[in-house]
Design a protein around this ligand. Structure first.
Ligand SMILES: *Cc1c(COP(=O)(O)O)cnc(C)c1O
Length: 354
């Protein structure tokens, strides 16, 4: 296996106090690794956090050849540090790499390097209730060239940010705007890859929805504007009577690790959960029939985000009287319980750092 060089900082930073917010502060160290056609992935190192030097002609800056991941390290009840299904993030990053013409990397090596990085910066994992260390692995095309082709050189980095609780005042339902004009992704495109361009493409709709007082948009499919896909940058679930539905992974939907975990938890409770196509018309009909009982988004940042209101054209659908539903609450308690080590991890999802 490749060597991992470690260079510790000589100037450790003050840890931030008070409200951490999200993604604003960074730990003392970061992981870096380079790719060239001659060497493959090489130069893996943990080094002091700081600016990197790239050419202004660097390809990711012009053509967006980039992939990323988002995961967290949690402070458990014994005071130790643990990760949640980190191998899934590296697996998915290689799936994104394949789509974005970025060379694959050794997942086992990266997992070891991440464990080492978190161990070195473990004092940065917050101890406040609900706070965690957000981890951002990402890869950029670095070849200095304006030719519109795949980059020959790449850089892999992992940076880490102590972040506050997502819900400062506890779990709360959000208002969602069903987007019928803009689309995030199409089948055959890059929707299933975690890549910068998908986010750039979604900001306009997000801004318009925010101006109207909605916190996220519900994306419909890019061809017919008919089938439900995701909510903001989260996967989405609906309880329609006795059935719980989440859109099937059709190529334009990101395969969330929280989504996958929620499906497994619901099945372990003996619930009827289906991954299938769900049209907005079926959702509206279910609402009219009084069967749209609960809705929630899933993602690493929020874990579970209950949906209290859905606006589709002129129709405003209030869900569960704009209150957190029992399934949403139970899922939130179970997942966060496992992640922060407050309840037993019967699924084998937690990886301790020691
Ligand atoms: C990251 C992401 C998700 C959620 O994935 P998790 O692995 O659960 O964090 C969902 N949708 C999009 C578009 C994303 O980028």
């Amino acid at each position: 296996m490749m060597d991992l060089r470690v260079e510790l900082t000589k100037n450790p930073k003050e840890k931030p106090q008070g409200n951490l917010g999200f993604g604003k502060y960074f730990t003392d160290h970061m992981f870096v690794m380079d790719y060239s056609p001659e060497n493959g992935w090489y130069n893996a190192a943990i080094v002091p956090f700081g600016p990197i030097e790239v050419s202004p002609a660097c390809m990711c800056l012009h053509y967006g050849q980039e992939v990323f991941e988002g995961m967290k390290a949690y402070r458990n009840s014994e005071g130790g540090v643990q990760l949640f299904r980190p191998e899934e993030n590296f697996k998915r990053l290689n799936v994104s790499n394949d789509r974005m013409c970025i060379p694959k990397f050794d997942e086992a090596f990266l997992l070891d390097a991440l464990m080492k990085l978190v161990e070195i910066d473990q004092e940065w994992v917050p101890r406040e209730e609900g706070a965690s260390l957000y981890i951002r692995p990402f890869i950029i095309g670095t070849e200095p060239s304006l030719g519109a082709h795949s980059s020959t050189h790449f850089k892999f980095l992992i940076i880490m940010s102590p972040s506050g609780a997502y819900y400062e005042t506890g779990l709360a339902p959000v208002k969602i705007y069903v987007e019928t004009k803009y689309v995030r992704a199409v089948t055959g495109g890059t929707g299933f890859a975690k890549t910068a361009g998908n986010y750039a493409a979604s900001m306009k709709a997000q801004d318009v929805a925010a101006e109207e007082g909605y916190s996220q948009v519900l994306w419909l499919d890019g061809v017919e504007r008919k089938y439900v896909e995701e909510v903001g940058a989260m996967n989405v679930f609906f309880k329609l009577g006795d059935e719980i539905v989440t859109p099937a992974l059709d190529g334009s939907i990101l395969s969330g690790i929280t989504r996958k975990s929620v499906v497994d938890i619901l099945k372990s409770w003996g619930m009827n959960v289906q991954e299938r196509m769900l049209s907005i018309d079926e959702l509206v009909q279910a609402y009219k029939d009084g069967k749209l009982e609960e809705a929630w988004g899933t993602g690493t940042a929020a874990v579970i985000s209950p949906i209290g209101e859905l606006k589709y054209g002129d129709l405003v659908m209030e869900i569960n009287q704009n209150q957190i539903g029992p399934i949403s609450q139970k899922l939130y308690d179970t997942l966060t319980g496992i992640q922060w080590g407050k309840i037993e991890d019967t699924f084998g999802w937690v990886k301790k750092v020691d």
